[in-house]
Design a protein around this ligand. Structure first.
Ligand code: AOF
Ligand code: ZN
Length: 342
């Protein structure tokens, strides 16, 4: 196998951990002796060992069997080995310590704490470094992570469920499922992909949501963000499923400009907004939202329904362009992205 093929293997194996490694990137590392794979390592869980460290640990089990000294080995890793000491140690220093002499890297790490510095440590210690094999695939596979570091903001998606006549719920707040089972299942998958879910007072009090990802595979569950000036923690708060499980960050103000940098500081690369019409429109009015997903049902709510938007063409006026649209069960899933031409 050549380096390109090994890099592709590291990328595709790393993909298995995209729900558990987030908000960190998925990373794969493979140690080779000539053409033979000696060991592999992956960054499996957020906060746990990085890929290169796992590859080194696994290689140590083969030492004096398949190889005698790390200087015989070449390391292929999808992302630049980290230079910093974060939740774990510095991979670049760990690599140097083993005596590995050649490292083939997919992409430079866009994280400014690391970017270029990992490579510098390797080179300063006489390790031969090659960068760039399948770098675009690595960036694509870690879309939210790259987006956050390149744009200095989390990727933000607004999700709404709408009736055919553009309504969100009944004015008397009678509980109604606008969309069907399949669309609601799709929302669970969507939640699993994001680092945080943001909601507001009305959704919290009217729907009493759990706001977690109920899927049948392991997930580093999204953290929860509540933007609410009126909600206060009381005796019944502990009975609300929203406050179970993952950490809730409560902002007691409606200042979106202030929320975004704090979430960035909290390591969030992506945020899913699932809120009522008021907060949703407040977000769409800003320049922060990158994507809008509308699950549209065939059902009408009629005159007593509350509209998502004031005008018929609000979505376009907010600068969004329909990118794709397909059926999920009886509902339609429409994905809108920012129309950059505008
Ligand atoms: C690597 N190998 O497998 C990953 C890297 O908080 P920490 O210590 O887990 O560090 C997270 C940062 O490390 C992350 O933002 C990214 O820059 C890099 N990820 N680096 O050498 C890995 N997952
Ligand atoms: Zn690392």
């Amino acid at each position: 196998m050549n380096y390109e093929e090994i890099m592709l293997r590291a990328i595709s194996e790393a993909e298995k951990y995209k729900y558990t490694a987030k908000p960190n990137p998925v990373v794969g590392a493979i140690l080779l002796k000539n053409e033979e794979i000696i060991s592999e390592g992956y960054h499996k869980n957020y906060g746990k060992n990085h890929a290169e460290i796992n590859a080194i640990i696994n290689a140590n089990r083969q030492k004096n069997k398949k190889f005698n000294d790390f200087s015989e080995l070449t390391l292929i890793c999808t992302l630049e080995p980290c230079s910093h000491i974060g939740k774990t140690g510095s991979c670049a220093h760990a690599i140097v310590k083993t005596g590995i002499k050649k490292v083939i890297i997919g992409s430079i790490d866009p994280n400014p704490k690391v970017s270029g510095k990992g490579i510098q440590i390797l080179k300063e210690n006489n390790v031969q470094v090659d960068v760039g094999i399948h770098k675009d695939l690595v960036a694509k596979q870690n879309k939210f992570f790259f987006y956050r570091h390149i744009n200095n903001k989390p990727y933000i998606t607004v999700k709404i469920a709408s009736s055919l006549d553009g309504k969100s719920h009944y004015e008397n707040h009678e509980r109604v499922f606008v969309t069907g089972d399949k669309a609601r299942l799709d929302v669970q998958l969507l939640r699993a992909k994001y680092d945080a879910i943001l909601t507001g007072t009305n959704t919290l009090l009217n729907d009493n949501p759990r706001m977690n990802a109920r899927v049948n595979f392991p997930v580093n569950q999204p953290e929860k963000i509540l933007m609410s000036t009126s909600f206060s923690f009381g005796a019944n708060t502990s009975e609300m499923p929203f406050f179970e499980g993952k950490r809730v960050t409560h902002f007691q103000h409606n200042d979106i400009d202030c929320v975004i940098p704090i979430m960035l500081e909290n390591d969030k690369c992506s945020i899913l907004i699932e809120a009522g019409p008021k907060l949703t429109n407040a977000f769409l009015k800003t320049n922060y939202v990158d994507e809008l997903i509308i699950y549209k049902s065939q059902k009408k709510l009629g005159k007593t329904g509350i509209s998502w938007f004031k005008e018929d063409n609000a979505v376009e006026n907010y600068g969004f362009k329909l990118e794709s649209s397909y059926k999920i069960g009886t509902d339609l899933k429409e994905i809108y992205k920012k129309d950059e031409e505008k």
